[in-house]
Design a protein. Structure first.
Length: 95
């Protein structure tokens, strides 16, 4: 799907489900991956952090979705050349 389609899906999901629904979190992650693939690392990180923040509100810190968020944040930091931050997030993902 294109970036525009991900953004449109996110708008619809936000209206229909609200900010804490899984479909919304998936849309934010899809946007993050799309931004990462385009070299827009800061936008990718922004979306990943938004997902993590919401997932920590909804789930406990050991939920698989929280771990997935840390993993994607690690990927973004790795792409940005910030290996220490990437490793920190990978460790949180696999703890």
């Amino acid at each position: 799907m294109s970036l525009g389609n991900y953004q449109k899906a996110l708008e619809i999901y936000l209206k229909v489900f609200g900010a804490e629904h899984r479909a919304v979190m998936t849309s934010y992650l899809n946007l993050a991956i799309s931004y990462l693939n385009r070299g827009q690392d800061d936008l990718a990180l922004e979306n990943c952090l938004k997902v993590l923040e919401t997932r920590l509100k909804v789930f406990d810190g050991e939920h698989v979705d929280v771990a997935t968020s840390y993993y994607y944040i690690g990927l973004v930091y790795e792409a940005k050349g910030q290996s220490d931050l990437a490793l920190d997030n990978y460790r949180k993902a696999f703890a």
